[in-house]
Design a protein around this ligand. Structure first.
Ligand SMILES: [Fe+2]
Ligand SMILES: [Fe+2]
Length: 276
């Protein structure tokens, strides 16, 4: 079984890559199920019902989020009615929505998806290391194939989660930094790991936002309004191959495609340089 995980979709440039490229990507990598982080899908901040429904129509099976999940207030009403939209499982009890979902591939095989959020340089939530074990336990009888989106800032916390879950889940993929890391690997007990899947959005930017406004905050410390950038859109993510009887990952590869690369699939290699 092949699972595709797409790193944080940022604004319209990110959504357009998914709209235009996802089908070719699914064909090229023989993907059985698609998971995407959508916390920045609505103009860089949050998710709406309309955008969520559109992303699902384009072929994403499960949507994960992170600290931006509530940026658009309508998400509070949307999330209880859409089980395929997750928020981090370690929000305190009583918060709307859920942090786990068991999806089904087109041929009926179950795949669990869990979303948790880190606590280093992030809003203070419940302990993700304890919560994720409870979530795994709750769905383990339904599937051995489980993908975890660990939405976190610190590489140390993410690596710790990878080792914490080695042999317990199929994959631990990080999100939130919007910068893809080059450390994809199979951990010894069969869990695929990547510190950050990267960003599906405009890469001529500062983590997706317009360079001028984001840079000025660093230059003069004054508040400035962030707007999503538009230049150099790239689709970032990771594909994991696993044995669906055991849940063990057998291969993992990063993807980093420009719009042109997506048009030329499957001719292009999976990872391409981002230089000019
Ligand atoms: Fe993000
Ligand atoms: Fe985030």
């Amino acid at each position: 079984m092949n699972l595709l995980f797409i790193g944080d979709i940022v604004g319209k440039p990110g959504r357009e890559l998914v709209r235009k490229g996802l089908k070719a990507l699914v064909d090229a990598h023989d993907v059985d199920l698609v998971v995407a982080n959508v916390e920045n899908a609505a103009a860089g901040f949050g998710i709406t019902k309309e955008i969520g429904e559109t992303i699902l129509e384009w072929g994403v099976d499960v949507m994960t989020t992170g600290n931006h999940v509530w940026d658009k207030k309508e998400a509070i009403d949307y999330i209880p009615n859409e089980p395929r939209l997750l928020r981090p499982a370690n929000y305190p009890a009583g918060v709307p929505g859920k942090g786990a979902f068991v999806a089904s591939t087109r041929d009926g095989r179950a795949v669990g998806v869990i979303n948790v959020m880190g606590r280093i340089f992030m809003p203070g939530l419940d302990d993700p290391f304890a919560v994720v074990l409870k979530e795994i336990e709750a769905i383990r009888h339904r599937t051995r194939v489980i993908l975890v989106d660990f939405h976190a800032e610190a590489t140390s916390e993410k690596m710790a989660m990878g080792w914490h879950l080695d042999g317990k889940v199929t994959a631990v993929f990080g999100t939130h930094t919007h910068v893809q890391t080059a450390d994809e690997r199979l951990l010894p007990n069969g869990t695929a790991y990547l510190t950050d899947a990267g960003m599906t959005g405009p890469h001529d930017s500062i983590i997706g936002m317009d360079k001028t406004a984001a840079l000025s905050r660093f230059l003069n410390g004054m508040p400035s309004k962030f707007e999503p950038a538009t230049g150099n859109p790239r689709l970032n993510g990771v594909v994991v191959t696993c044995d669906d009887r055991t849940g063990r990952a057998t291969a993992v590869s990063r993807i980093n495609y420009s719009d042109a690369d997506l048009h030329e699939l499957p001719l292009r290699p999976a990872v391409r340089g981002t230089g000019a």
